[in-house]
Design a protein around this ligand. Structure first.
Ligand SMILES: NC(=O)c1ccc[n+]([C@@H]2O[C@H](COP(=O)([O-])OP(=O)(O)OC[C@H]3O[C@@H](n4cnc5c(N)ncnc54)[C@H](O)[C@@H]3O)[C@@H](O)[C@H]2O)c1
Length: 452
């Protein structure tokens, strides 16, 4: 039997030992899914707080219930360590480390490089290595493969390398690791087959593509598609502001078209670890070949401006009550980058808060998912704690700014108690003179109900 056939057999019989490097929003759900599928799985992370939490049967990712981790720990199917030498005993390793941008908007590959350097120390025959971190097309072939082949082993013959983009959507109760189709492209056809065998064990649908480059590009197409369409709808919102048209009503009507249209919604800007970042991996790579990715740059420009637009709305709103932003007490409702999650990375709320603070506003926030915001987590550099959004608390602010439309907020209470509201997400279901919505004239025809 070839090494590929032996490894495939180990995977199908679940005797393969699986490993996941990087146990964050992507890696921990994957490790749990592999363990659930019958593989003895070990998670490896540099952060001992994460590995200790898992070892203790706990979870720090809201989408992964601690009870699952505890059950898998008790069954001896899941463990976690900071010690990379365990890789020597693993048959498969999935890499799920961060791929952020540098300040210059160039890819920061340092996490991938350091993870692969560690794996290269222990790479051995009949081993599969899959990169899952979002990255530019060519990473697996040009960066990962040579680092691993420096061992003297040959990819596609002795060991196997593939790319499979992670498409997890944190906070999505419908689509989880198991029921989101997995796209897989290997360095060779044997690499694709072995990697597909691993995912077939753990997820419902596997889509094989012809190369690692195609698989890398798939993820960037998906996220660029979102970034560009959000940029377009944000620009339309600004246009509608100028034209006195309610962009939300326009989108609601447009989406009744049963084909050829997909609704995207305006908002305070992009956030999270994917949509604001990934398209720049693509434009950076395209630039290396002299290609200018104009849609990506333009969408990035429009989206990055949105926190300024929200702040301008706050100034307009305060102006209607003859108030200055300097000295105004402002409550930010929601600081995570999207609803129902606890992640504030790249959140536009942090920019909105910082811009308001720079103008002299006294900024506080309320977010049921983020109890405290350390000074180091946002450019305003003040440690804050979430304020409980009672009617009395709401009455104490000059303006409430809805940045994240968590369902847990009591929007009726907000409308009846707050003096002014700037709603950047169309979260407030009622129209009222003191509610200012992004992309809608404040005197828009009442669509639902008028609160006097
Ligand atoms: N979060 C998402 O919604 C999402 C969705 C799809 C794809 N992705 C992509 O998946 C990748 C991981 O994202 P994430 O959100 O899980 O990141 P994360 O920051 O939540 O987790 C990354 C983990 O990797 C660990 N780590 C860093 N360097 C390491 C190393 N050298 N060795 C071992 N562990 C290391 C960190 O300690 C951390 O626990 C990124 O490329 C991201 O773009 C993320």
């Amino acid at each position: 039997m070839t090494h590929a056939q032996t490894l495939e057999q180990k995977i199908r019989s679940r005797t393969a030992r699986a490993g996941v490097v990087g146990l964050g929003y992507v890696g921990l759900p994957l490790a749990v899914e592999l363990a659930e599928s019958g593989f003895t799985t070990v998670g490896i992370d540099l952060d001992p707080r994460k590995t200790s939490a898992i070892e203790a049967g706990g979870s720090y990712i809201p989408d992964v219930p601690a009870s699952h981790v505890a059950r898998l720990r008790a069954a001896g199917r899941l463990s976690a360590t900071t010690d990379f030498s365990v890789i020597g005993g693993l048959d498969t390793v999935n890499i799920c480390v961060p791929t952020p941008l540098r300040k210059t908007k160039d890819p920061d590959m340092s996490y991938v490089v350091s993870a692969v350097e560690q794996i290269a120390l222990y790479v051995h025959p009949q081993m599969l290595v899959v990169l899952e971190s979002t990255t530019y097309p060519g990473t697996t072939e040009e960066l990962v493969r040579p680092m691993l082949e420096a061992s003297g082993l040959k990819v596609g013959v002795d060991f196997f390398v593939a790319f499979s983009p992670e498409r997890v959507d944190p906070g999505n109760p419908t689509f989880r690791t198991r029921n989101v189709p997995k796209v897989v492209g290997g360095c060779t056809p044997a690499c694709t087959r072995v990697a597909a065998a691993l995912y077939e064990a753990a997820v419902d649908t596997v889509v094989q593509v012809s190369s690692t480059r195609v698989a890398e590009m798939v993820k960037l197409l998906e996220n660029t598609f979102r970034a560009v369409n959000i940029g377009l709808v944000n620009e339309l919102a600004l246009m509608c502001d100028t034209l006195g048209i309610d962009v939300w009503e326009v989108i609601d009507a447009a989406k009744t078209k049963p084909f050829g249209f997909m609704p995207f919604y305006p908002g305070p800007g992009l956030g999270g670890h994917c949509i604001p970042i990934d398209p720049f991996y693509l434009s950076w790579k395209a630039r290396q070949s002299g290609f200018e990715a104009r849609f990506i740059e333009l969408a990035g420009h429009v989206n990055a401006h949105m926190p300024h637009v929200v702040v301008a709305r706050v100034l307009d709103a305060l102006n209607t009550q003859s108030k200055a932003v300097n000295g105004a007490r402002i409550l930010i409702a929601g600081i995570t980058y999207k609803r129902e999650i606890d992640d504030v990375r790249e959140s536009p709320a942090l920019d909105v808060m910082h811009l308001l603070q720079q103008k002299g506003a006294l900024v506080e926030y309320s977010d049921p998912y983020v109890a405290a915001l350390p000074a180091s987590s946002w450019p305003g550099e003040r440690a804050l704690r979430s304020v409980e959004m009672t009617a009395e608390a709401l009455r104490g602010y000059d303006c409430v700014v809805v940045v994240t439309d968590h369902r847990a907020f009591d929007y009726c209470q907000m409308v009846t108690s707050a003096r002014l509201i700037v709603d950047s997400r169309n979260a407030i279901g009622v129209r009222a003179p003191h509610v200012f919505r992004l992309g809608a004239p404040c005197n828009a025809t009442p669509a639902v109900e008028v609160v006097a």
